[in-house]
Design a protein around this ligand. Structure first.
Ligand SMILES: Cc1cc2nc3c(=O)[nH]c(=O)nc-3n(C[C@H](O)[C@H](O)[C@H](O)COP(=O)(O)OP(=O)(O)OC[C@H]3O[C@@H](n4cnc5c(N)ncnc54)[C@H](O)[C@@H]3O)c2cc1C
Length: 507
């Protein structure tokens, strides 16, 4: 049976190419095998990595997807957002060209439809990695349609029954819709619809000052929208290191974003074709007229319709599927991976947990999620990247830390690049060089954090980082300089005295 082909707007050649890769209209589901080693429900990053990895090892795998292979990351998350962020950085750079000795280009105006078309073109290109045909050629049986459990070892998709030895739930999340009266009637955008825009909204309200809200708010402001960001806390990115979030907030303000904090959106009304947002700030009701409202207020797990109760898989409508350290659900034959069961909802954690599931489900492995060192990055400009503990985490656990920091104002490459807003901060367990966590704020912080992640994963201390030769000039030298600051603290007065005496004696 053929599944219904999802609509991806606008209907153009790029989106047709995307669909022909990740949900081909002519696709016929294969004849199912008698029994599968693994049936994977959901073909986002977690499902794709599980299926490809298991099939590569010789397992018989069925992969079930109701919408588009690639899931959020390819179709409505990382890939499209980073495409438009790249265009928005280019626009911001051109506007700031003068101090670099360049005349501002006469026509550096943003062509919004062209920005969105570039995104669609690149997304379609990247979609070949996640194509149905590629997975078929890897030996995976791909079933397009909605999957649900029908018995202790069966999943049904489009009337076909798939028998499994083990199953994996990788159904991800969807945007949480806030219960703001009038919002649905007025119409709003989420990550599922915003990348279909072809015209620039003149005035854009972004509700939610977390990573998704911040990345998109800055990008759209730079692309020429008048953006107002509404956030219920007192600061953007309030889960991040405070100094880091402050740099981003100041950069938003300099770029003309309007920031409204400690506010509650009360209702939305439509007046003369405009959307009017009513919100309460410090007990005062205010209103603002906008053209579009983009909501980025969290994620809701896709647990409905899977018939999880029937197979004894415990879940929570807000937290997702319950798993143990080995990613096993409350049914020992069923595992979960990715956003559906994780606190840290990232593509790289979906990938890493899929690898754990392959080992644990197929080979009786006992790999634990807690063994992972997980970094993350918010792709604002500058970026904030983090790994391990924040200072507050250490405090909560009663661990004493020492922090070694380096401002990018002291790093030659950041100075010559005109990218001095930022820092590297590394926390170690007091009295040792054991790295507990780090935050980097820099234009390419996401690239830089890997060095510290590697050190933590490989159990290398800050002392070792101070011996690593970095190319000069690079912004990553800030990491070495922070490590050097640690090494200097090891020079006790006694050692210093000894060195002085030696040098005096050998003079
Ligand atoms: C705007 C935005 C930007 C982001 N940027 C980044 C970033 O830069 N870096 C990063 O690491 N992360 C980013 N993320 C997060 C990242 O996209 C997710 O963490 C990642 O996609 C999770 O993968 P997953 O496989 O767990 O779930 P998903 O990608 O959500 O995939 C789940 C799949 O399951 C399918 N499904 C659900 N129910 C069923 C069913 N019953 N039957 C069949 N199929 C089903 C869905 O259709 C979907 O395709 C971003 C997210 C958003 C929204």
């Amino acid at each position: 049976m053929m599944s219904q082909v999802p609509e991806v707007l606008p209907k153009d050649a790029h989106n047709s190419a995307l669909i022909s890769n990740v949900h081909p209209p002519e696709w016929q589901n294969p004849e199912p095998a008698l029994r599968y080693n693994l049936v994977v429900i959901g073909a986002g990053t977690a499902g794709l990595v599980t299926a490809a990895g298991a099939a590569g090892l010789g397992a018989k795998v069925a992969l079930v997807e109701r919408h588009l292979l690639g899931g959020d990351c390819l179709n409505m998350g990382c890939v499209p957002s980073k495409c438009i962020i790249r265009s928005s950085r280019m626009a911001a750079d051109l506007r700031e060209a003068k101090p670099f000795g360049l005349r501002e280009p006469a026509h550096a105006e943003v062509d919004f439809p062209a920005v969105m078309e570039r995104m669609r073109l690149l997304r379609a290109r990247i979609s070949s990695h996640d194509s149905v045909r590629r997975f078929r050629d890897l030996g995976v049986d791909v079933f397009l349609g909605e999957g649900h459990f029908t018995g202790p070892d069966t999943v049904e998709v489009g009337g076909t029954t798939l028998r499994f030895k083990k199953a994996v739930i990788a159904t991800g999340t969807r945007p949480t819709e806030p219960t703001i009266p009038g919002l649905a009637e007025a119409g709003f955008l989420t990550n599922e619809t915003v990348f279909s825009l072809t015209e620039r909204p003149r005035r854009l309200a972004v509700i939610g000052g977390g990573p998704i809200g911040c990345e998109l708010a800055q990008a759209f402001q730079r692309l020429g929208c008048e953006v107002t960001l509404y956030h219920r806390s007192a600061h953007v990115l309030n889960r991040e290191d405070g100094d880091a979030a402050e740099i981003i907030q100041q950069s938003f303000l300099r770029e003309g974003l309007r920031l409204i904090f400690n506010c509650q959106t009360i209702r939305v009304e439509k007046e003369n074709g405009e959307k009017v947002l009513f919100f309460e700030c410090q007990g005062k009701e205010e209103k603002a007229a906008v053209d579009e409202i983009l909501v980025g207020t969290g994620r809701t797990p896709n647990v409905e319709g899977l018939n999880l109760e029937s197979v004894g898989v415990k879940y929570d409508r807000k937290e997702g599927v319950e798993v143990n350290e080995q990613l096993r659900t409350t049914n020992p034959r069923i595992f979960a991976a990715g956003d559906i069961c994780l606190k840290y909802k990232f593509t790289h954690t979906a990938d890493a947990t899929a690898r754990i599931v392959i080992q644990n489900a197929l080979f009786m492995g006992s790999k634990k999620v807690s063994s992972l060192t997980i970094p993350w990055c918010t792709y604002t400009d500058p970026e904030i990247a983090h790994v391990g503990m924040y200072e507050r985490d250490a405090k909560e656990r009663g661990i004493e830390v020492e922090t070694f920091a380096r401002s990018l104002r002291d790093v030659d490459r950041a100075i010559v690049d005109g990218e001095e807003e930022g820092f590297v901060k590394i926390h170690v367990r007091k009295g040792t060089d054991k790295i507990l966590g780090a935050t980097i704020v820099a234009r390419h912080a996401g690239e830089m954090i890997s060095e510290i992640t590697l050190a933590m994963a490989g159990n290398l201390g800050l002392k070792t980082l101070s011996t690593v030769i970095h190319c000069y000039p690079t912004q990553a030298e800030a990491i070495k300089q922070a490590a050097d600051a640690y090494s200097r603290t090891r020079l006790t007065p006694f050692l210093k005295g000894l060195i002085h005496r030696w040098l005096a004696w050998t003079r």
